[in-house]
Design a protein around this ligand. Structure first.
Ligand code: MTE
Ligand code: MO
Length: 365
């Protein structure tokens, strides 16, 4: 609790690890507001939060550029148009717990469905900064490097990753210095982080120190090794790492936030609420809820869309009878993408991007 308080975090967060801090909000709290309060926003750290002096801080832009840049925070604010965007961030490990129920995933964080949140990010467009650096024609990937120090065996290195240049030039990708009207909190990357809407959270590098334009994707452990997906039969021992699918864009998903899994509810009309997130910036067109394992579905009410890159809240009221009941939800987007039926069919030994139909059980009294 002391540590949560020190990081300006709600005592209601569920702590998954203390050092480094990893925590997520309970789903009913998460579902209360379309914008997630900073105190409730999940934290995913691979190393201790670095202390950075904002006066001496410089963002370095280098690699395949005509002009290398070293920008202070003041220069960033002064020399580029300020932009805000409401965007949802989701960890690739969100909903790993459901995969772990099927088969264990050792050494990974057992996230429920709260490793996701939506904030209003304020900063400058990565695109504007890249323009100022004059990117060379050969450049195809934009690599980010954080100022935190991750330890793996005998190695110590900064957390990093990359995105394709094409995505980096899209207007939604922001170098953010504010989160929900406050300076970026230390746990979320003070003084500067990149926010890559629509991509796994890992690409939104915090405590951003360096941006490098290159021909190939980042060689950083978190791009070249971790965050790859394999078929269910592949294990850590049998994996050919070069053949894993490197995660980037998130798939479509939806989650029931209330009632919570395992809770008791009363017979009669039951309000079921949740969130849905689309892929590729498409819109969520429909969310469906089923009480009979997917034989029949009721269409949920969608809250108005608030920006292409934010989740969409939904609600359905269904009549439930006494007994143990399963409630299932799934979403559809504007390209008619929908979710796979069973988590076990997409089980992967690192436990990433589980977007199966969300299933909860309630005891109806
Ligand atoms: N950036 C740095 N420098 N170090 C990290 O450990 N974690 C990543 C990403 N950026 C991380 C990072 C992961 S895996 C996720 S899901 C998001 O930050 C989480 O962002 P949040 O802690 O602000 O919610
Ligand atoms: Mo993550």
């Amino acid at each position: 609790e002391e540590l949560l308080e020190r990081e300006n975090k709600s005592a209601e967060l569920i702590v998954r690890s203390l050092d480094p801090l990893n925590a997520e909000p309970p789903l009913d709290l998460l579902r209360r507001s379309h914008i997630t309060a900073n105190r409730l926003f999940f934290v995913r750290n691979h190393a201790p939060v670095p202390q950075i002096d904002p006066r001496s801080y410089r963002l370095h832009v280098n690699g395949l550029v005509r002009r290398e840049l070293q920008l202070s925070l003041d220069e960033l604010r002064r020399e580029f148009p300020i932009r805000t965007i409401v965007a949802t961030l989701q960890c690739a490990g969100n909903r790993r717990q459901e995969l772990m129920r099927f088969k264990p995933i050792p050494d990974e964080i057992e996230w429920h469905a709260g490793a996701i949140g939506t904030a209003e990010w304020r900063g400058v467009s990565l695109r504007d900064v890249l323009r100022a650096a004059e990117v060379l024609d050969e450049a195809q990937h934009v690599a980010f490097l954080g100022l935190d120090r991750v330890r793996k065996k005998d190695l110590e290195f900064g957390f990093g990753g990359s995105i394709p240049l094409e995505k980096a030039l899209s207007p939604e990708v922001i170098l953010a210095f504010e989160m929900n009207g406050e300076p970026l909190p230390p746990a979320h990357g003070f003084p500067l982080r990149v926010v890559v809407p629509g991509y796994i959270g890992a690409r939104s590098v915090k405590w951003l120190g360096q941006i490098t334009l290159q021909k190939t994707p980042s060689e950083n452990y978190f791009q070249a090794r971790a965050y790859k997906i394999f078929a269910p039969h592949v294990t850590a021992e049998t994996a050919d790492w070069d053949r894993g699918l490197t995660l980037g864009e998130l798939p479509i998903s939806s989650v029931i936030c209330s009632p919570q899994d395992g809770s008791e509810v009363e017979a009669g009309p039951l309000s079921i609420k949740g969130y849905a997130l689309s892929s590729g910036g498409r819109s969520i067109e429909r969310v469906e809820v089923s009480l009979d394992g997917g034989e029949s579905w009721t269409i949920a009410e969608l809250e108005p869309e608030r920006g292409r890159w934010a989740w969409r809240f939904w609600e359905a009221t269904l009549v439930v009878d006494r007994g143990e009941r399963e409630i299932v939800a799934r979403a559809w987007d504007s390209a008619a993408n929908t979710q796979p039926e069973e988590a076990r069919r997409i089980w992967n030994f690192k436990g990433y991007v589980n977007n199966a139909w969300h299933r909860i059980w309630v005891k109806v009294k």
